[in-house]
Design a protein around this ligand. Sequence first.
Ligand code: ZN
Ligand code: ZN
Length: 396
Amino acid sequence: MSRNRGVVYLGPGRVEVQDIEDPKFAAPDGRRIEHAVILKVVSTNICGSDQHMVRGRTTAEAGLVLGHEITGEVIEKGSDVEMLEVGDIVSVPFNVACGRCRCCKGQDTGVCLTVNPSRAGGAYGYVDMGGWIGGQARYVMVPYADFNLLKFPDRDRAMEKIRDLTMLSDILPTGFHGAVRAGAGVGSIVYVAGAGPVGLAAAASARILGAAVVMVGDFNKERLAHAARVGFEAVDLSKSDRLGDMIAEITGSNEVDCAIDAVGFEARGHSGGEQPAIVLNQMMEITRAAGSIGIPGLYVTEDPGAVDAAARHGSLSLRFGLGWAKAQSFHTGQTPVLKYNRQLMQAILHDRLPIADIVNARVISLEDAARGYESFDQGAAVKYVLDPHGDISKAA
Ligand code: ZN
Ligand code: ZN
């Protein structure tokens, strides 16, 4: 009998925690693999990118076990695993990466060429990402374990900081990548679109990189209030459709050095309707000439719920000429978590980056996952962390 349970996508708006198969030492195509470990999941987070699937805005099929933000304890290892031991507590980058292909060798693990037959890049529990089983569950298998996993140096210290360290699997490196790619550094003026968890992680990243001003824009009052509480300049987009003017009220200039899009394709305009290109167009408008735009927000190639026929295939109405005229740089794509997670782990362990408080982490049980999804979908100013075995509650 299976001892595993996990969050299963049942169709638009519906997820349920069900009995699922125990993880096996096998790739999605069924091949036996020895480079994997089985983890007992210590923490696993609900992500904004899961919401795109659960809202029916992707081609995800019913029956998918969700979850790509995983931290766990090694309980079994394959015969090819050399660097990890049973009992290690590890962070799992959401990117599944082989460590052997051209992209992995160049640290571009977000677009590994071998783990997904249909395109570059793999992930756990995600549509079109190679069929790797998700980790919003009690147990999960992680392939190429020596390459992928980040081992925490001390078990007790790790459990003390687990609410922070759980953010290393995705949102913290995702936000950090956005900030680095936007060119954030000492004295930068930074604008982040979106006050959800990734936006806040990007804002925290810009701050630790030395930014002079970090502004976060959103329509959601609760999220804006939280962003202000944790030290960022909140920009209430419902007050005006002239973003440059609102930025000028804070900094004295209507342009910024660095802009970060942490909204993605389900963007909304001032009118309330969906306008998938509006954030990208605003970023070009408010970023200074020769400035950079980091785009950690998700854009898709197929969107069954799009507002028009072009957007259904990911084609957006960009005012690209403006960005070209201003000689701006655009940086797209999923973060290569492995490039950043060790340095961010050290920042957390040495009390430099209180990311759990910044994103307002809230721990709930695995069995309560459906409630977490619903609340997050309604715009709650929290980051839900699932605690499948009660380990986080015990450590607290
Ligand atoms: Zn995520
Ligand atoms: Zn690879």
